[in-house]
Design a protein around this ligand. Sequence first.
Ligand SMILES: [Zn+2]
Ligand SMILES: [Zn+2]
Length: 258
Amino acid sequence: MAGVKIKIRLLGTGTSQGTPVVGCHCAVCRSLDRHDKRLRASAFIETEHCAILIDSGPDLRQQLLDNQITKVDTILLTHEHKDHLGGMDDIRPLNFMAHKPMDIYGLGRVLNVVKKDYDYAFKSDPYPGAPEMQLHKVSDVPFMIKDIEIIPVRVKHFSLPILGYRIGNIAYITDASFIAEKELSKLNGLKVLIINALRIKEHYSHFNLAQALSIIEKLKPERAFLTHISHNMGCHADINSTLPKGVMLGFDGIVIET
Ligand SMILES: [Zn+2]
Ligand SMILES: [Zn+2]
């Protein structure tokens, strides 16, 4: 496991509205720098045998096209908010190409929302061409996807318990505002930590920059990348140059190899 090569690509690094924000004229939303254009948060993880998508937000179709992704074995869901789930209907071409349902992992509560939101896919006689999903309930217990162990990490998104995931030497944590010590201990010895940082000012349901940096300081991964970034963070170039060594703002399309 330790020797498995993992490649992670950030498909989206924006917060729930993305940047630019519709109707906003701030410097970030007007920026021409491609690093300031952020689709909704999502990541794609590849190993030799496995292709895993984390979350299926409303930009999924564009993300699959932009990154020329045609094969996904599994989707890991962090939680049910629409910026992480609203694009599930766009797995249909992946179903057609793979000739099989998509394996989807998440907390029981989250899978219940999937069944409610995409009810047409779960009828006994589903609408022809509806997305095909095979749901798998996740708890605290690590599980295998092909040859890769997935370790769920419980974090709090305000009062909502949600999941991050550790896969080998990398971990992806989004929408967290609190991580208990016991869960932090699952994140020791990381090569790469991807963690959410919304903006400079504090926020009730997401880590701000200082909080994300203090978690990084505690865990000391070799490298850390920030995601789920709001236009209130400031322009990528301005903020990125202020970050400690080994830490950078993620941006859409960045590929991180371990
Ligand atoms: Zn979110
Ligand atoms: Zn703006």
